[in-house]
Design a protein around this ligand. Structure first.
Ligand SMILES: Nc1nc2c(ncn2[C@@H]2O[C@H](COP(=O)(O)OP(=O)(O)OP(=O)(O)O)[C@@H](O)[C@H]2O)c(=O)[nH]1
Ligand SMILES: [Mg+2]
Length: 445
């Protein structure tokens, strides 16, 4: 899917990762490569410029998060900006406890009927009781098409070939399934090429059938031209979402996605082929991850967010003023450890390697676990004033935590070193570490 966009984006990233230095010139070249890739995929030029401008600005300004190299950071920025361009997370939520009625809308040949059966299959697999309604009374053969598809997937269908009024069929179908199904999907005729009559039709159906969700089906092969359809729909449909079809092999698919997202409409699904299983719930995060050929982007971004939001200000103030309790000590190592986990996720991504060595990380993680159990066996006043830890107390703590006295002593040594380091540098080191971890705002700059 979107092969050419994928390969050109990956090419740009590879080039960046292979550069010997990441200076302004390299960043600008990277940005030019991105522009070329996106424009080729029919992403609107203005949009391309605004996205790449953000990438460039952030790449030049932002300091890498702890444990990340500058290159990693730039790839992360690209992720985030593409994710934003495609609208972020936007799942279609159904309430199993009630009957949800979905009406499909869209111009001729956009893929409505196919998508009805794809959706039916998708939700049947999730255990929904689904019924579909053949309310396209306009095109000869439309009912037969839906019947054939429905038979193939074993979904119940309501149709009435003697009824020529599509709205009557839709209403009757809704009534027919209302009590036995919890999801009713209504296929409609797509006779209109232009937006106005499509919207008029939609308004009519919506006012009569009162669906819970309107789904506009747009053909992804038309690229950024999707914008107008999606915009008109988004403005008039408060309960709507969009399905973009034919993204398999569509050279302009990237443009279609970006154009629809730019309207603020939610992209719920994408169609990726003619078969009934060729439907995917759209998650821009997952999608961008695949586009860039990288690992679990979502966990990466979550982790980065956590690092950014997690700094405990009071504690930092206390620590950097030269006081340090055992809990503070543990906290500090936990922060470092989080960066370690971030590194692990980054390692899933081919071509990216952070600064930390794997063995170091493993050891730190192991130490942390041991220290945690030891500190948990200390009395509250011992944690607050570790200076009072004498031989007797050490013995007791070792016993309580199931650790050796040697390990307890090691912890205390490490604690002392950290404390004197903090004192000597007035907490500068720790501040720096947190800053690298993205805690600037919590530290006031
Ligand atoms: N490659 C590909 N083809 C698709 C996809 N979705 C639909 N199609 C094809 O597009 C054509 C039109 O699909 P339909 O589902 O009949 O479209 P429609 O909107 O119901 O058309 P009308 O009822 O005439 O308005 C069919 O040949 C489908 O097989 C998709 O995701 N990928
Ligand atoms: Mg149809």
């Amino acid at each position: 899917m979107l092969e050419s966009l994928r390969s050109s984006l990956q090419g740009a990233v590879k080039k960046l990762l292979g550069a010997s230095v990441v200076d302004e010139a390299a960043i600008k070249e990277f940005v030019r490569d991105l522009q070329r890739a996106l424009i080729q995929a029919d992403v609107n030029v203005k949009l391309v410029l605004s996205v790449t401008e953000s990438v460039q600005r952030r790449a030049l300004e932002e300091k890498p998060l702890g444990g990340l190299t500058r290159k990693d950071q730039i790839v992360k920025i690209l992720y985030e900006e593409l994710d934003k361009m495609l609208g972020g997370e936007q799942e279609m939520k159904l309430d199993r406890g009630k009957t949800t009625v979905i009406v499909m809308l869209g111009v001729q040949g956009s893929g409505k009927t196919t998508t009805v059966s794809k959706l039916a299959r998708f939700y049947m697999k999730k255990g929904y009781r689904v019924g579909v309604v053949a309310a396209d009374t306009f095109r000869p053969g439309a009912v037969t098409q839906l019947k054939t598809l429905s038979e193939r997937i074993g979904v119940d269908i309501y149709s009435d070939e003697k009824q020529g009024d599509s709205i009557k069929v839709a209403e009757a179908g809704k009534r027919f399934f209302e009590r036995t199904k919890n999801l009713i999907i209504i296929d409609t005729a797509g006779r209109h090429k232009e937006e106005k009559s499509l919207l008029d039709e939609m308004t009519k159906i919506v006012s009569k059938v009162k669906p819970d969700i309107n789904l506009l089906v747009v053909d992804g092969t038309i690229g950024q031209q999707c914008y107008n359809q999606a915009m008109a729909f988004h403005k008039t449909s408060p309960v709507g979402g969009i399905v973009i079809t034919k993204l398999d092999g569509a050279a302009k698919g990237g443009g279609a996605l970006a154009a629809v997202a730019a309207t603020g409409a939610r992209i719920y699904f994408i169609g990726t082929g003619e078969r009934v299983d060729d439907l995917e719930e759209f998650s821009s995060t997952r999608f961008v991850g695949r586009l860039l050929g990288m690992g679990d982007l979502k966990s990466l971004l979550d982790m980065a967010k956590q690092l950014e939001g997690d700094v405990d200000q009071k504690r930092v103030q206390r620590m950097t003023s030269g006081k340090l309790t055992m809990d503070d000590f543990l906290y500090q190592f936990e922060q470092v450890n989080k960066m370690g986990s971030l590194k692990k996720i980054l390692d899933l991504i081919p071509g990216i390697a952070g600064n930390m060595k794997a063995e170091d990380l493993e050891k730190a993680e192991k130490d942390m676990k041991i220290w945690k159990s030891i500190i948990q066996s200390m009395a509250k006043k011992e944690r607050e004033t570790p200076e009072m830890l004498n031989a007797v107390r050490i013995k007791r703590i070792a016993k309580g935590s199931g650790r050796s006295e040697k390990e307890v002593r090691e912890l205390i040594t490490k604690y002392r070193q950290t404390k004197s380091l903090m004192k000597a540098s007035k907490g500068r080191e720790f501040r720096q570490m947190l800053r690298r971890a993205g805690g600037q705002s919590a530290l006031g700059g």
